[in-house]
Unconditional design. Structure first.
Length: 675
């Protein structure tokens, strides 16, 4: 059985315009994600064959307005029925993402490859819509929704171009630049508009007059067609005067007799490809004649690369990555997971990590909520022996935390011990205190009470335990479901989910509900209203335990959402689908042991990545591989936790092939600097 949650997007609105019908054939840009200079030019022309560097790739039906995903693994296009579809690079594995009436055009990949924005005209009204590229929206079959921000200014919107996503190396913790360029029109004519997609609030802003906008993959400029049909570029960012009027810096790229449409940039941002038209022609007159390329700086003449018309798009040849995160034993793997993302403390005592969560290495009972706690306190989850602090673990604590906080600091660098003194002995606490760090022990009379103590620590602010946005409930008699839930609980909860950005994992006694856990989940009214928690049963045992204390599926008080499949592997996939919206990474760990999945789940959650459990011998299930292939455009890295005894070496190649395009994937062991 399964259910799903969705973070509600913007409310839809339909924009009508007296000139919308005329825009139904307006030429626009195709997605141009970043990639190497050798990335090939492809051309679609409404037939079942797509030209890739002159080589024909056959599809099952007509292909129009083809646009490549950021890694070149999948192609979005308008099929012969007028629907938005995606297929793999060989033309197979087709998935249709829309249905119903409407003239659709100009698909473009956005948000790192997790979404596709496209133009649609229905009853003369032209608007932009967005749809999840893998066909699922938080685990539910996807439905296209209007891009509300682009509709807040009256007029028709069409011809979107790929949003570009860039991390600023100087500020790796800052949000990525994420902008959408599109064609807007009002009675004065077509205009180039740009929308900041990092926020859901502001509407788009006008950049310049023009049509067919296309943003460079490196974000330095937008190409467009001017009133004379020629290609120009406008530099980004666009300055604005004191009155808020744009002051664009324009560069002429072409000046000849040919008019242009369907602009797209090469993957390395140096060349612009376009469909050429006869002088004075418009797209409605169907007088396209060829496909041409021109240097983006305008310093050379256009070159005809195909003597017949078609829509150009560059296929980025971007290589994905598969990383093993492992050590000589479970303690070593946890240390490797810590080193993958937590940098060393600086000489002045400042550090990226502000805390460490420490769990016993031989038993999972007290540790299952530790992933969420680790990311709440801002640090790794490490394992040690019950009797004492392992020397290598001691060194890792000191590496990430550095010097103890000065006595006058009210906030101390803290090491959290999971469980009572039977789990981690007083000697462990004493050894940590001797290093100069604050020690906080989180434990209860049993594993269930301990999970509640950990949950309270996750949500406590200024000494007051707040209501979490999500309460994941899983059996404490086995580890698998709770570990899948732990990665989901430790991620940053997507915007739009009620409550604050916290989630916890609490445990059941198989199908029975312990008193401590029952008291915890009953603290808030679970009605779906703002301020109440969403309660999720991960696994059939948790489902039964919640029902035993009066919880039900549906609406009203004491509602919960069941998420579970036929086995632990199916359940972990459902958690990934239902609670991770557009992840760029994914983790794998054995489903037959808990240690690597515990520390790996903390790392995965920190990276907003799901943790998928796998059989160490047979590898990922067919359903998991199908999800990886359909999510390939957004996935750029797989992390496999544990050595090749824990998870067989063949898993690396299987998952690497599933997420990668023609450029393939690279492998590396124990990466650092992940964020």
């Amino acid at each position: 059985m399964r259910s799903s949650l969705r973070a509600s997007l913007a409310v839809s609105a339909v924009v009508a315009s007296s000139i919308a019908a005329a825009l139904s054939g307006a030429a626009g840009a195709q997605a141009a994600p970043a990639g190497p200079a050798a990335s090939p030019l492809t051309i679609s022309d409404g037939t079942a064959s797509v030209s890739v560097n002159g080589r024909s790739v056959h599809f099952s039906g007509a292909v129009t307005d083809a646009a490549w995903a950021p890694d070149g693994s999948r192609l979005a296009y308008i099929d012969g029925d007028g629907q938005l579809a995606v297929a793999d690079a060989a033309g197979g594995d087709v998935r249709v993402l829309t249905s119903g009436a409407g003239a659709r055009s100009h698909p473009t990949w956005e948000d790192g490859g997790s979404e596709i924005v496209f133009a649609q005209v229905v009853n003369g009204a032209s608007e932009l819509l967005s749809v999840d590229a893998n066909g699922l929206t938080m685990g539910k079959p996807t439905v296209a929704e209007p891009v509300e921000e682009a509709q807040r200014v009256a007029g028709a919107n069409s011809a979107p171009d790929a949003a570009f996503t860039q991390w600023d190396p100087a500020h790796p913790d800052a949000p990525a630049v994420n902008k959408l360029v599109y064609q807007h029109a009002d009675p004065s004519g077509p205009q180039v508009w740009i929308l900041d997609r990092n926020t859901r609030g502001p509407a788009g802003v006008k950049v310049t007059e023009g049509s067919s906008p296309s943003v460079a993959p490196d974000g330095h400029a937008v190409a467009f067609v001017d009133a004379a049909g020629q290609i120009e570029t406008v530099a980004l960012p666009v300055p604005f005067d004191a009155q808020g009027h744009p002051q664009p810096v324009l560069t002429k790229v072409t000046t000849g007799g040919t008019a242009y449409s369907h602009l797209t940039w090469s993957a390395d941002s140096t060349t612009i490809a376009a469909e050429g038209m006869s002088p004075g022609a418009t797209r409605d007159q169907d007088q396209a004649k060829d496909v041409e390329t021109v240097a983006a700086d305008g310093k050379s003449a256009p070159v005809v690369v195909r003597s017949t018309p078609g829509v150009p798009s560059y296929q980025p040849l971007v290589m994905d990555t598969v990383n093993r995160v492992d050590g000589s034993d479970r303690l070593g793997t946890a240390i490797a997971a810590s080193k993958a993302t937590w940098s060393s403390a600086r000489p002045d005592g400042s550090s990226a990590a502000s805390g460490v969560v420490l769990s016993r290495a031989d038993e999972f009972a007290d540790a299952l909520g530790g992933s969420a706690l680790a990311n709440h306190v801002g640090g790794p989850l490490l394992l040690t022996d019950t009797a004492g602090l392992n020397p290598a673990v001691k060194a890792e604590i000191q590496r990430v935390l550095g010097k103890p906080s000065p006595a006058q600091f009210t906030t101390k660098k803290t090491v959290y011990l999971l469980g009572g003194e039977q789990a981690l002995s007083p000697a462990v606490a004493d050894q940590v205190k001797a290093l100069g760090y604050e020690v906080k022990r989180l434990g209860g009379s049993d594993r269930f009470a301990t999970s509640v103590a950990v949950a309270d620590a996750v949500t406590t602010v200024n000494g007051v335990a707040a209501t979490p946005a999500r309460i994941f409930v899983a059996t404490g008699r086995n580890f698998a479901d709770a570990l899948s839930a732990g990665a989901a609980a430790s991620q940053f909860v997507p915007d739009g989910v009620q409550g604050d950005h916290s989630a916890v994992v609490v445990l059941t006694d198989d199908k029975a509900m312990p008193a401590a856990t029952a008291a915890y989940v009953n603290r808030a009214a679970h009605t779906g209203a703002v301020g109440s928690s969403t309660v999720i049963a991960v696994g059939g045992q948790a489902d039964a335990a919640l029902r035993s204390i009066g919880y039900h599926v549906g609406s009203g008080a004491k509602q919960f959402t069941p998420v579970w499949g036929a086995d632990r592997y199916a359940t972990s996939l459902l958690v990934a689908q239902d609670f991770f919206d557009g992840p760029s990474r994914v983790g794998f760990a054995t489903g037959l042991n808990w240690a690597d999945a515990l520390s790996g789940g903390a790392l995965a959650g920190h990276l907003n990545a799901p943790l998928l459990l796998t059989d160490p011998k047979t590898g990922p299930t067919g359903d998991v591989l199908s999800w990886l292939r359909h999510s390939a455009p957004q996935l750029d890295r797989v992390l496999v936790f544990g050595g090749k005894v824990a998870v067989g070496g063949s898993v690396d190649s299987v998952v690497g092939t599933a997420i990668s395009g023609p450029a393939g994937y690279a492998t590396a062991e124990n990466p650092t600097g992940l964020y």
